[in-house]
Design a protein. Structure first.
Lengths: 116, 114
């Protein structure tokens, strides 16, 4: 069964450093998302991406964040200058197109980002 | 108005019992309501979803009940099993035909005792 994959599973970085989180969405999906979950809290939307551009972003997704689909398979989230409060689990998700499948978002296993 | 409120925060059920988790929303523009199951250290997994044109959807032991006028929906897990012990999130989305973002509830930690 196709699945969303994410690398790395755990990333430790120093405050102020840049990190890139990588995702491989399900191959025939068209919509891509990043969410984050601070330990013990709910899942929060960061950004959605469609047709090679951001379709929606949250207040959390400020100038230090960026997303890119550098090729036909990868989808990345870059945090330019990490802060302590960026420590969280980051989930990539994707959804397809067509009747009733465009909202069925499938999540990857997540990348745990720890900022020291 | 974008919030989805979920209750209870935690739930303990005996094996074989019925687990019921409730969610409420304000924004009538929401048009897709999924439930996700999350095990520790894993990503949320889509469990079951409903659209506002139906009042109930059943898949195996899992049933969503939807009350459009009350703006509430709930997840019922029949014959609950220890393997169902996980955190459950309700969510809502709008602009269903445009890949709209999911807005999640706060989560319910379910523990099913043998």
């Amino acid at each position: 069964e196709p699945e969303v994959t994410q690398t790395p599973s755990h990333q430790v970085t120093q405050m102020g450093q840049e990190v890139i989180l990588r995702c491989v969405p399900i191959s025939n999906h068209l919509y891509f998302y990043w969410y984050r979950q601070i330990l013990g809290q709910k899942v929060e939307f960061l950004v959605s991406f469609y047709n090679n551009e951001i379709s929606e972003k949250s207040e959390i997704f400020d100038d230090q964040f960026s997303v890119e689909r550098p090729d036909g398979s990868n989808f990345t989230l870059k945090i330019r200058s990490t802060k302590l409060e960026d420590s969280a689990m980051y989930f990539c998700a994707s959804s397809g197109a067509g009747a009733y499948s465009y909202n069925e978002q499938f999540f990857g296993p997540g990348t745990r980002l720890t900022v020291l | 108005q974008q919030q989805v409120k979920q209750s209870p925060q935690s739930l303990i059920v005996q094996k074989g019992g019925i687990s019921i988790i409730n969610c409420a929303y304000e924004n009538t523009a929401f048009d897709y309501f999924p439930w996700y199951q999350q095990f520790p250290g894993k990503g949320p997994a889509l469990l079951i979803a409903i659209r506002p044109d139906v009042s109930e959807k059943k898949e195996g032991r899992f049933t969503i009940s939807f009350n459009k006028s009350a703006k509430q929906f709930s997840l019922h897990i029949m014959d609950s099993q220890p393997g169902d012990s996980a955190t459950y999130f309700c969510a809502a989305s709008m602009r269903a035909n445009q890949g709209g973002k999911l807005i999640f509830g706060q989560g319910t930690e379910l523990s099913v005792k043998p």
